[in-house]
Design a protein around this ligand. Structure first.
Ligand SMILES: *Cc1c(COP(=O)(O)O)cnc(C)c1O
Length: 371
């Protein structure tokens, strides 16, 4: 959770009415299927508690997170919906799965065995979804080794197998491979004893699959599992609205003369007679990597200005040209998100939008609007 009462003049604005918009675009698109909202990594930097609370009011009743800690945080802040943890949990945390009524992911037969034993030790059964590796090459039971394991665990007292899922490595660019993964996933589902099949959750679609792989949200799939599209960023869909806008205010404007330099290592030298340099109170400790130093642009009052010199921990500088015009100390500056697309900002430091969102650090307050 992020500080909302903050004295900083650098902040992230999170527009919740855009979240409502993106959710309804997704829902229209997938027909009668349900959304399991991915809110891992603090809802990609937007603040998991706020986002989940908002989505719960919009009748989303299943969330996915990466870690047990993330799931517990949601429970401790009053989220009562189902929560799936997408990966394995340390043995010492397994009791918490029961305490907080969490759904966990079976990634292998040995892990299933461990979960089963733990659950029986507490005299309970654990809710699980089985992860099938159909081509991601990451977590899960290989699709071609799943038959025996599924038939076996279906009968175990300590496990309640409520669902099964898989994940795409390249839904945005490789439709054919994604379709093959879907075939593998659907085939594996047949190995579960029939009485478990109704009221059984099957899901594979991440954000990009929604826009590029239609069979990923058709029967027999019951849920889709988007993250990025909820937050309004997509390389395919043009209908989404990005929630996150990163903003700051000019803290000082100064005039430098020809030959004078800006910031560490003196990488920027003033070429004209005089140049107005704006100091912005935002740096790499906030999520602007030094790797993009001198390449970023910012938007002030609708116009772009080049960032100059090396990005510091807490500050970076922008050239306003020969004269600052109407710009002054206190003027608002956009770093990315509205007039300057996050993808463009990301590329300056060789990153992807996911990384940028997750990389806006904890000391940057999130300000929610539009609820
Ligand atoms: C992060 C993640 C998602 C969401 O991916 P997006 O591309 O943000 O939609 C879905 N499923 C799994 C297993 C994930 O790890």
């Amino acid at each position: 959770m992020f500080v909302t009462d903050s004295f900083r003049s650098t902040w992230v604005e999170v527009n919740l009415s855009f979240l409502r918009h993106n959710l309804s675009r997704i829902r229209e698109h997938i027909g009668g299927k349900s959304v399991m909202a991915v809110v891992k990594a603090d809802a990609y930097g937007h603040g998991a508690v706020e986002i989940a609370k908002f989505l719960e009011k919009e009748n989303v009743n299943f969330f996915a997170v990466a870690t047990l800690d993330e799931a517990i945080e949601l429970r401790e802040h009053g989220i009562t919906s189902d929560i799936l943890i997408l990966g394995p949990v340390e043995e010492r945390g397994m009791k918490e799965l029961l305490v907080h009524d969490l759904v966990s992911t079976v990634i292998s037969d040995s892990y299933a065995r461990l979960l089963n034993e733990k659950a029986k030790m507490f005299g309970k059964s654990l809710r699980v979804h089985v992860k099938i590796d159909t081509g991601m090459g990451r977590l899960g039971i290989r699709y071609d080794e799943a038959k025996a394991i599924l038939e076996e665990i279906a009968g175990w007292e300590g496990l309640r197998v409520e669902g099964m899922f898989s994940h795409f490595p390249s839904a945005d660019v490789d439709r054919e491979f994604s379709e093959e993964q879907i075939r593998r996933c659907v085939e594996v589902r047949e190995y579960l004893p029939p009485y478990r099949r109704d009221a059984f959750f099957l899901h594979i679609a991440n954000s990009e699959a929604l826009w590029n792989v239609p069979s990923s949200y058709k029967d027999p799939f019951t849920h889709v599992r988007p993250g990025l599209s909820l937050y309004g960023v997509s390389s395919t869909s043009k209908e989404l609205l990005p929630l996150m806008v990163f903003k700051t205010r000019i803290v000082q404007i100064k005039r430098l003369r020809r030959g004078e330099t800006v910031s560490y290592l003196r990488q920027y030298t003033v070429q004209r007679e005089r140049e107005a340099i704006a100091v912005l109170p935002v740096g790499y400790a906030d999520g602007v990597p030094t790797l993009g130093s001198g390449k970023y642009e910012v938007v002030i009052e609708g116009k772009r200005y080049p960032q100059v010199g090396r990005v510091c921990m807490d500050y970076m500088m922008v050239s306003l040209g020969e004269s600052p015009g109407t710009l002054q100390e206190g003027t608002e500056v956009e770093i990315f998100g509205h007039s300057l697309p996050i993808g463009e900002f990301a590329a300056k430091s060789g990153r992807i939008p996911y990384e940028v969102m997750c990389g806006v650090s904890k000391r940057v307050p999130r300000v929610y609007k539009g609820a």
